[in-house]
Design a protein around this ligand. Structure first.
Ligand code: ADP
Ligand code: MG
Length: 683
């Protein structure tokens, strides 16, 4: 899993290296593949009188006068001119150094857009550079790169050009694609493509430039898709080469569990279970993601899979991200499986030492067939006699390394991951090199859609009255306190205040409080009281976000809903609508939420389908944010688009041919594009 030995960038300072690392750049090859977002044209100087309105241009001017104005607000206003005319330059925030730069008589090159403003034609915050008369102009377009705070375009550009020159010298730009493949796909040579993009040539007509640019991008996208296809195939082949215990469906235990259940599996549960059962029967490790909206019933499918392992004399483990959720799984599994005589071990951070020792030895000696727990499951001390199947619930909440750690508790166990945060297929493919996906696309019968209401905070009283009514009818309610990202202490304080206030407002009801700072046992006690109906209103921080299942709760209130992310809101809303009663989710929002917050509230209000919400979320946030770099490692695709069917298909065919006929070239190609990152994409 170690990153390939970086070739480094020659001599650069530690802080600079840290900034580059932030951009995912660790060696020359990374810098060379850090491609521009766009270009700026500094090759020409446009006379002021000819500057097109609203398009970025470069002008060269002399400063005529500079003043600080105070109305409507403090700003620097400079009048600048060339032979053709005069415009105003305005800086709304400025440093003394900028004031100096705009001293009368100074000769400046400005890059920006000329617009019609209050003072006539003006540039607001142009980029400014002092020049001597007759200073030469760059010959090529200036690339603009994605960068990070404290790393200037100029600096980054320099580093990239140095890397490019060094690579060229060392012959590292050689093409990884054989000539005939390039010819068949009419692909530009690699070195020409990267040089074209970093250093667009000067003397080309704009049309020719655009064509060359398009060709260069096409080569880059093809290369990237090819690297993905090759690593996908290699990961798949590597998986098929590993052996795992074959765990065929015997039905001895699963059939008994199914007979005992108070419900019948939905068609979608039946289908996904079959897919999993088939995988388990293979002598190669399963690697499957089970996706299903909140409440679609993933747990029973996981339980059946675990039983199939037990039927074959192997152990199973189920890991969940929070103690509440893990404990709930443990209770559910225990109640389902106790009648079958199967012991389920329980592991969490808050176990007493003696209890823990008992659990550990039960697992080590194989007395416990199954283990359920939190991260405690991947601690050093945990050993299984023979782990055959590892299940990770809410897999997106775990890091790659944690998922890997669970897998390493067995020799080569099968792996099932579950998620209610659906990742669109194309996105999943660009983040996971090798993963089969099953989707539960049907809800258990009798679910009523949850009614979602947006209520402004000023009408909080009506919401409290509604809780009173619901509880008078024997129902229960959740009240989720605002997320305060900056401060856990503040979040806790708010939760306690809300708890006290609701207690006073609802004197006839039992109000409970659960938050992240409670000890495991305390948390469990509150949750148990809520499950038993002794507590009617549960005030909670976001610890209840995932998985908690209390069908009698029919009302969910989320305070300051505008602060929550979409998948969080959807998860929270999914806590209700699980029983027979009509359920509602009330989103309390502040008087004036910001624009993105409003967009989120609108999406959650208008949609019940988690996949659709995820799609819109993706649209709102972009793929990087959406999947979360932390959870998923590095994206395989930065430039290419999986919707480009023709290019994807070409890359697929090429990957097969290359692996078959020139495996060395394939390896070099993947190394160039993914370096050591490919490994992390396999889990
Ligand atoms: P999730 O997919 O969100 O993890 P759960 O597995 O917690 O959902 O299931 C939600 C609830 O639905 C549970 O109470 C579970 O027992 C119940 N359930 C699951 N499958 C069915 C079914 N086929 N028919 C009726 N209820 C079901
Ligand atoms: Mg669940």
């Amino acid at each position: 899993m170690a990153k390939a030995e970086p070739s480094g960038f020659g001599n650069i300072s530690q802080p600079l290296a840290a900034k580059l690392a932030k951009l995912g750049l660790h060696c020359d090859a990374d810098l060379i593949l850090h491609l521009p977002l766009r270009y700026e044209d500094e090759t020409q100087i446009v006379p002021l009188a000819e500057a097109p309105e609203g398009l970025p241009v470069q002008v060269e001017v002399e400063v005529f006068s500079t003043d600080i104005a105070y109305r409507p607000r403090r700003q620097l206003i400079s009048r600048v001119r060339d032979d053709s005319g005069m415009i105003a330059v305005r800086l709304l925030n400025f440093y003394p150094s900028q004031q100096k730069q705009f001293a009368p008589g100074a000769r400046l090159r400005l890059y920006g857009e000329v617009r019609d403003g209050y003072f006539g034609p003006e540039m607001v915050h142009p980029r400014a550079k002092a020049v001597l008369p007759g200073a030469s102009l760059p010959e090529a377009l200036t690339p603009v790169y994605p960068t990070t705070a404290g790393l200037s375009q100029l600096m980054l550009r320099k580093l990239i050009l140095t890397s490019l020159a060094r690579a060229e010298e060392q012959g590292d730009l050689v093409d990884t694609l054989p000539k005939d493949l390039r010819a068949a796909q009419s692909l530009m040579p690699f070195d020409a493509a990267v040089r074209m993009l970093h250093l667009p040539p000067a003397a080309l007509t704009p049309e020719a430039l655009e064509q060359r640019n398009r060709d260069a991008w096409r080569r880059i996208r093809f290369d990237e898709l090819l690297a993905q296809q090759i690593s996908l195939r290699r990961a798949y082949a590597a998986r098929r080469a590993r052996t795992s215990p074959a765990l065929p469906a015997r039905g001895s235990l699963t059939a008994r569990l199914l007979k005992e259940l108070p419900f019948r599996l939905t068609g979608a549960q039946q289908r996904t279970w079959l897919e999993i059962a088939n995988d388990l029967a293979q002598a190669h490790p399963m690697q499957r993601l089970l996706q299903g909206d909140v409440g679609s019933g993933k747990t029973i499918v996981a339980a059946l899979a675990l039983l199939q392992a037990v039927e074959n004399g192997w152990q199973g483990a189920l890991m969940a991200p929070t103690e509440i959720l893990a404990e709930q799984h443990w209770r559910k599994l225990s109640s389902w499986l106790a009648p079958l005589g199967i012991e389920v071990a329980w592991l969490s951070g808050s176990l007493k030492k003696a209890q823990k020792q008992t659990m550990l030895s039960a697992l080590r000696e194989g007395r416990a067939a199954l283990a359920v727990g939190t991260h405690a499951l991947i601690e050093e001390a945990v050993e299984f006699e023979r782990l055959g199947l590892a299940v990770v619930d809410e897999q997106h909440r775990f890091g790659v390394r944690q998922r890997l750690a669970l897998r390493h508790k067995g020799t080569s166990p099968h792996q099932l991951m579950m998620s209610a945060t659906p990742i669109p297929r194309t996105l999943a493919m660009s983040y996971y090199a090798d993963l089969d996906v099953s989707v539960i696309d049907e809800m258990p019968p009798g679910r009523k859609p949850v009614l979602t209401k947006l209520v402004v905070e000023a009408r909080r009283d009506e919401v409290v009255a509604r809780i009173r009514d619901a509880c008078a009818q024997g129902r229960q309610a959740y009240w989720v306190c605002p997320l305060i990202e900056e401060s856990e202490t503040l979040q806790l304080k708010t939760a306690i205040e809300t708890f006290e206030r609701l207690g006073a407002e609802l004197p006839d009801l039992n109000v409970g409080l659960v938050h992240g700072r409670l000890k495991g046992a305390e948390k469990a006690a509150v949750m148990a009281a809520f499950v038993a109906g002794e507590v009617q209103v549960l005030v909670a921080t976001t610890v209840i976000e995932v998985g908690v299942d209390v069908p009698n709760a029919s009302l969910m209130v989320i305070e300051h809903a505008e602060r929550f992310g979409l998948s969080q809101l959807h998860q929270l809303r999914g806590r209700v609508g699980r029983g027979a009663a009509e359920s509602a989710c009330i989103l309390l929002y502040a008087q004036r939420p910001g624009e993105t917050a409003r967009a989120r509230l609108k999406i959650i209000y208008e949609n019940n389908d988690g996949f659709e919400i995820a799609r819109q979320d993706l649209h709102l946030r972009g793929p990087g944010e959406f999947v979360g770099a932390r959870q998923s490692g590095v994206p395989l695709l930065r430039y290419a688009d999986l919707e480009d069917d023709a290019l994807v298909e070409a890359a697929r065919v090429a990957a097969e041919a290359l692996l078959r006929e020139q495996p060395d070239a394939a390896a070099r190609h993947v190394e160039r594009w993914l370096g050591g990152r490919g490994e992390l994409l396999k889990v």
